[in-house]
Ligand binder design. Structure first.
Ligand code: PEP
Ligand code: MG
Length: 319
C-alpha cells in the first residue's frame, strides 16, 4: 500500500468531492528540492533560503546563491518553486550580521523588516533570484509581513532591480501570513500579492503568545486552537477571488490539521518531502463538504484539545 501511495503521489490530488489541492514541499536546499521532486511534490511551497546563510563566516555572494536557486528550479522541471527571502532574527541568528541586541527578538527586526537595516544584503538576494531561468517557475515570498506597505515597498525594489538587469518579465511575489495582523488584513494583502501562504508555526506563536521553542508550552501551542483556525478562515475569506492561499507551516503535514485546512478552503499544502505521498492519499479520502459542515461547531469549541478530540471522533465515524 505504501508503494501504491508513492506511485500515486506523482499525480494531482483531488478530494472525494472533486477539489484539487496542490501538495508541495518545504525544503532548505537544492538537494532537498531533488528529494521533493522524486516524492511527487507539485512544486516547492517554501524554500527556506536562510539555510544558505547559516554556518558560514560571511553572507553568501550573489553567484553562490544564484547556483542554489537555479539548481532548485532545475530539480522541479517547470513546477513552481517558492523561495522565501532571508528570514533571520528571533530563533534564527547569524553571527556575521549585526542585528540590534533587543529584549524581544521575536517582536523585533526580522523577516521582511530586514529591508530597513540590511537593504544591500536583501538586494543581493533579489538579484541572485531574478537571474534564474525560466523566471516563470520562480515565486518570491516575503516572511513576517505585518502590513501591506512592506509588500508594496519590496515590489518597488524588485521592479527596480529587474529593470537594471534588463528583464521584461517579473516573477510572482507573495507574502507569508504568520502574524495575526496579516491574517486580519488579508484582503488588502491579497489585492497586492500574487499569492498568500500561511505560516502556521509563527501564526500559532503570535496568536497564542506562546513561544514556539518553549518545551513547557509545546502541548498547548497547537494550530488547532479555535483562535488560530478563525484567523486562517479570515485569511481565506479575505483573499477570496483575489489570489490563491497555501499553508507552509508544520500544520500542513499534520494528519488532523491538514484536513481542517483543506476544509477551510486553502488551495495548497506544503509539507516535508517525505510526507507528500501520505498527504495526497489523505486528501483523496476526504469529502470536503462533509468536514466543512462540521467547521462552525469546531470553531466554537474552547481550546485545541477539544478540537482534536471532536475531529478524531468525527473521522472515526466517517471511515
Ligand atoms: C512558519 O512560521 O509557519 C513557517 C513556515 O516559517 P518558519 O517555520 O521557517 O518560521
Ligand atoms: Mg515563520
Amino acid at each position: 500500500q505504501a508503494q501504491e501511495e508513492r506511485r500515486a503521489a506523482h499525480k494531482p490530488a483531488f478530494t472525494l468531492d472533486g477539489r484539487r489541492v496542490e501538495v508541495c514541499a518545504n525544503v532548505g536546499s537544492s538537494a532537498e528540492a531533488e528529494l521533493a521532486a522524486q516524492a511527487g511534490a507539485d512544486g516547492i511551497g517554501l524554500l527556506r533560503s536562510e539555510f544558505l546563510y547559516l554556518e558560514r563566516a560571511s553572507a553568501p555572494g550573489e553567484d553562490d546563491q544564484h547556483r542554489e536557486y537555479q539548481a532548485s528550479i532545475h530539480a522541479l522541471g517547470g513546477k513552481p518553486v517558492i523561495v522565501r527571502t532571508l528570514d533571520i532574527g528571533a530563533d534564527k541568528q547569524l553571527p556575521y550580521l549585526p542585528l540590534p541586541d533587543v529584549a524581544n527578538p521575536a517582536l523585533g527586526v526580522r523577516g521582511v523588516r530586514l529591508w530597513q537595516c540590511l537593504p544591500e544584503l536583501m538586494e543581493t538576494q533579489l538579484r541572485a533570484l531574478l537571474r534564474v531561468e525560466p523566471l516563470e517557475s520562480l515565486r518570491i515570498m516575503l516572511p513576517m509581513v505585518s502590513e501591506v506597505a512592506e509588500l508594496v515597498e519590496v515590489r518597488r525594489r524588485l521592479d527596480s532591480v529587474a529593470r537594471r538587469l534588463g528583464l521584461a518579465e517579473r516573477p510572482q511575489l507573495g507574502v507569508m501570513v504568520e502574524v495575526p495582523s496579516a491574517a486580519l488584513c488579508a484582503a488588502s494583502l491579497a489585492e497586492e500579492a500574487d499569492f498568500l501562504s500561511i505560516g502556521t508555526n509563527d501564526l500559532t506563536q503570535y496568536t497564542l503568545a506562546m513561544d514556539r521553542e518553549d518545551p513547557d508550552l509545546a502541548a498547548r501551542a497547537d494550530v488547532l486552537h479555535p483562535a488560530v483556525l478563525r484567523l486562517i478562515k479570515a485569511t481565506v475569506e479575505g483573499s477570496a477571488g483575489r489570489c490563491p492561499v497555501g499553508v507552509c507551516g508544520a500544520a500542513a503535514g499534520d494528519p488532523l490539521a491538514s484536513l481542517v485546512l483543506v476544509a477551510l478552503g486553502v488551495d495548497e499544502l506544503s509539507v516535508e518531502p517525505a510526507r507528500v505521498p501520505a498527504v495526497k492519499a489523505a486528501i483523496r479520502r476526504l469529502d470536503i463538504g462533509r468536514l466543512a459542515a462540521e467547521l462552525p461547531a469546531l470553531l466554537s469549541l474552547a481550546d485545541a484539545a477539544a478540537v482534536r478530540e471532536r475531529l478524531s471522533a468525527w473521522l472515526t465515524t466517517e471511515r
